[in-house]
Ligand binder design. Sequence first.
Ligand code: MLT
Ligand code: MN
Ligand code: ZN
Length: 304
Amino acid sequence: MKIEVLGSSAGGGLPQFNCNCNNCKGYREGKKTIKRRTQSSITLSEDGINWVLFNASPDILEQIHNSPFLQPQSLRESKIKAIVFIDAQIDHTTGLLSLREGTPFDVYCTKEVNEELNTSYPIFKMLKNWNGGGVKYNQIIPNKEKFNIPIMPNHEFYALSLISNAPPYSLYRDKPRNGDNIGIVIINKKTKKRLFYIPGLGVLEKHIIEEMSKADILLIEGTLWTNDEMIKGKFSSKLGTDMGHVPLNGENGLIKVLDTLSKPRKILIHINNTNPILDESTKEFKELSSHGIEVSYDGMSLEI
Ligand code: MLT
Ligand code: MN
Ligand code: ZN
């Protein structure tokens, strides 16, 4: 299975249009240790021809433009054949509107995400007006059933519900339901190798850590370095954990847990532009590297 990181950043990307934090400013000034990053998305393929998109970011058109393998070969053709949504967040779903000319798409998500995308943020409903179809909804039932995606017959998928948060626009903000946030395990049936994709994780539950320990590759939550990063920097009044994102650093941080896992390759994704690890000259980036943890980047290719 080929894994391509289309967007490595959290909401806003880097640089974020209205942000002048050290990273956004440094990038605009041409600092070589800071990369441009688009918003959170990956894509997977078994045959290198047909691709499953995981989350459709507002930057999807730029991401497709930068990906030679996603270019059409026949007169009208989308190489993206199916889309999996791990939540209903704006930075993970809005790109679907930009793909409207390619509808209908097979979409896979939980019933909670399907509800959000038909009610509070009704993009599934809106798309019914294009090509007479909109989306073809396939329900993901977390913690229960494995599911298949026909264009990846040699792989199986299952979802775990995560404790994080519902989107800021949601009626369920600060009272998320089971199914508002999931992580997905993808297993290559031949090699038995596993990818665990968890871009939004609020609480390090024991069974999630156990699942992490079985993965060959973890593409995991890297939003914030410290829990109070947004407050200290005067960007917001929220802690990372209020937003559903466990921080990397500190006693209760993700690095401490990743240190206990020997099997997986540990790669961060959904990294906020305020996070000091996005500047490779910082002590935080060096500290992260000393734990054997990688930072994904737009255009990163992996394989299992
Ligand atoms: C998140 O990851 O918490 C959201 O993308 C926040 C947002 O929509 O700005
Ligand atoms: Mn986000
Ligand atoms: Zn910034």
